[in-house]
Design a protein around this ligand. Structure first.
Ligand code: BG6
Ligand code: MG
Length: 216
């Protein structure tokens, strides 16, 4: 029996993954590096600075910038990303999320957010669902990002659950690996592309209910 839910944010609660991609693509282009959607898959779930380092490595520029310059480039990308989120509203919740969270609340099932994004609290406020989460792991407190299990173990602990009692939702392979390493059941949210090594995959949360998942 499961007792609570842990959600990734970008690509699971809302489709901000596309805005991360647009902002990185623009920054990369300014640096003379072209990235495409296939490469972008490898950035999903990866923190801001590590994403920039992957892009620089992809473009053969891993040694071209100092730590301070890299911090400035990451800040520039974030400013562009935040600009793209100006009009984010409850209408941007992915299909099924609002009903699923409402049902979890009705059944008093605790929910947590395990996202690498430092923008998560602001995004959840804009989406109107911040109050549905009992805990949001602060990514600044992590020693290692996904695929390390740390973020999901902290999220489970924050809502008082053992890993085996939680269900995690992810749209990124790095996140699925983190869930598996944490010993937490994984539900893949797969719209395009694919996720492997999940317990089950769905297109969106209209396909599975709170009650069905709690019975696992
Ligand atoms: C993850 C996204 O949720 O958060 C990544 O999948 C992103 O693409 C990471 O880089 C960090 O987000 P932010 O908002 O702190 O730059
Ligand atoms: Mg994600």
């Amino acid at each position: 029996m499961k007792k609570g839910f842990i959600f990734d944010l970008d690509g699971v609660i809302t489709d901000t993954a596309k805005y991360h991609y647009l902002a990185w693509k623009e920054l990369a282009r300014e640096l003379g590096i072209e990235i495409d959607e296939a490469f972008n898959e490898s950035l999903k779930g990866i923190d801001r600075l590590s994403s920039l380092e992957r892009i620089l490595r992809f473009g053969g520029q891993e040694l071209a910038y100092t730590e301070m310059e890299k911090a400035a480039l990451a800040a520039k990308k974030n400013a562009q990303y935040v600009e793209l989120l100006t009009d984010l509203s409850p209408a941007d919740l992915l299909p099924g999320i609002a009903d699923f969270l409402a049902e979890a609340k009705k059944q008093q099932v605790p929910c947590a957010i395990a996202s690498a994004s430092k923008n998560a609290p602001m995004i959840l406020e804009k989406l109107g669902v911040a109050a549905n989460f009992k805990a949001i792991v602060d990514p600044a407190t992590l020693k290692k990002g996904k695929p390390d299990p740390e973020i999901f173990l902290k999220a489970a602990e924050a809502i008082g659950l053992a890993p085996a009692e939680a269900v995690g939702f992810e749209d990124a392979q790095a996140g699925v690996e983190a869930l598996n390493a944490a010993g937490i059941m994984s539900v893949g949210i797969v719209r395009d592309g694919n996720l492997t090594a999940t317990t089950l995959n769905v297109t969106d949360l209209r396909e599975i209910s709170v009650t069905e998942l709690l019975a696992y």
